[in-house]
Write a protein that binds this ligand. Structure first.
Ligand SMILES: NC(=O)c1ccc[n+]([C@@H]2O[C@H](COP(=O)([O-])OP(=O)(O)OC[C@H]3O[C@@H](n4cnc5c(N)ncnc54)[C@H](O)[C@@H]3O)[C@@H](O)[C@H]2O)c1
Length: 331
């Protein structure tokens, strides 16, 4: 290939990604990524962690290849729970999308917005396959950035009568409220996590907690839980009795055991790998059942997969290429 024929690398800002990729596309692209994962066609080594406990944070490198989407790349992302006090997001990311055939860098893009959408979309896909179709009461425990995108996804799939919110920080609750003016009459602030989840059909946890925030006896029969916050070793949001009595579906077995909601109970010998019912992709492509009874408690243990990011990045790149948007450059 002549140097002049080489495709440029496109630089894509978060603002541009936001203008061309929303939750509707996010749900489609992420469901497709999980389907490919369930069919065993994706390649995705477990994410690598660079722990910085002295900074109260960590970095992760997340590579993936999805042949069905002709997409390969890597996301470089962090989780620094103290960042909100510095007016920075807890989670920020950059994605490099490369041509699988030649390794040419097709795009370098902001991954912070994409991470939020793909995390919300995974929660939406999980609830689509695992929650009761007649779910009417939603509870959000933790009201930060991920809670907002979970709510955005779930509102596209369910009709809620009430949406209960709990976060110890007033500002987080207010910021979430501001994002959803059309839902104002249905948003109710709870005084504590128990009140928040009482009678809820769908519960979403998005806290950086390292100890259980929810107890088994607070969870209603037939509830579905998206456990999103635990995505690194030592993090945990649910009392292990919830896992023992419920049906646990993880996004990826190896990653969940290493760093998901199940990581602490497995480490402490309170829950076993064999207790995991399925990976979400297996349910999406029909290899494993999802919910089997209306009174069953189902749990989706989300750690966040590189295939979600790279699938979304491919979509964003294709749209930029079609429309000529983004800053072109040659390395
Ligand atoms: N599974 C995934 O794919 C995925 C993706 C991105 C982030 N995460 C994780 O999700 C968590 C939240 O990320 P974020 O970007 O929303 O952070 P954030 O800082 O924007 O929001 C977290 C919120 O949780 C609240 N909180 C803390 N302890 C709480 C408690 N005990 N009860 C209720 N609320 C509590 C905080 O006040 C804050 O408002 C982090 O642990 C992050 O690493 C997971």
């Amino acid at each position: 290939m002549q140097k002049s024929e080489r495709p440029d690398t496109i630089l894509i800002s978060g603002e541009l990604a936001e203008a061309i990729f929303d939750m509707e596309q996010g749900l489609k692209v992420v469901e497709q990524a999980f389907r490919e994962h369930g069919e065993g066609r994706t390649r995705m080594p477990s994410k690598i962690y660079l722990d910085l406990p002295e900074m109260n944070g960590d970095f992760r490198a997340m590579p993936a290849y999805l042949p069905g989407m002709d997409a390969s790349g890597v996301k470089w992302v962090n989780s620094h729970p103290g960042n909100r006090a510095r007016s920075l997001p807890t989670v920020m990311a950059i994605i490099i999308l490369s041509d699988p055939a030649t390794a040419l860098p097709l795009a370098i893009m902001d991954g912070t917005y994409i991470t939020r959408v793909r995390t919300g979309a995974a929660g939406g896909v999980a609830a689509k396959y695992l929650a009761r179709k007649d779910s009417r009461r939603l509870a959000l425990v933790g009201c930060g950035a991920q809670a907002i995108s979970q709510l955005e996804a779930l509102l596209r799939l369910f009709r809620f009568d009430t949406i209960s919110l709990f976060d110890p920080k007033d500002q987080a609750v207010e910021e979430l409220r501001e994002q959803f003016p059309a839902e104002a009459s249905r948003l109710e602030r709870a005084q504590d996590p128990q009140q928040c989840v009482a009678g809820a059909d769908i519960v979403v946890t998005t806290t950086p907690s390292r100890q259980p925030v929810l107890r088994r006896e607070w969870i209603a029969k037939g509830a579905h839980i998206n456990a999103v916050g635990a995505d690194a070793p030592g993090k945990q949001e649910l009392d292990e009795k919830i896992l023992l009595e419920g049906t646990v579906v993880v996004d990826d077995l190896d990653q969940a055991i290493h760093s998901g909601e199940v990581n602490v109970p497995i480490r402490d010998g309170k829950f076993r790998r064999e207790g995991i019912a399925a990976q979400l992709g297996d349910v999406v492509c029909g290899k494993k059942p999802g919910r089997s009874r209306p009174d069953e408690i189902t749990i989706f243990d989300s750690t966040g997969l590189a295939i979600q990011d790279i699938a979304a990045a491919r979509y964003v790149y294709d749209e930029c290429k079609k429309s000529g948007k983004g800053n072109h450059m040659r390395f």
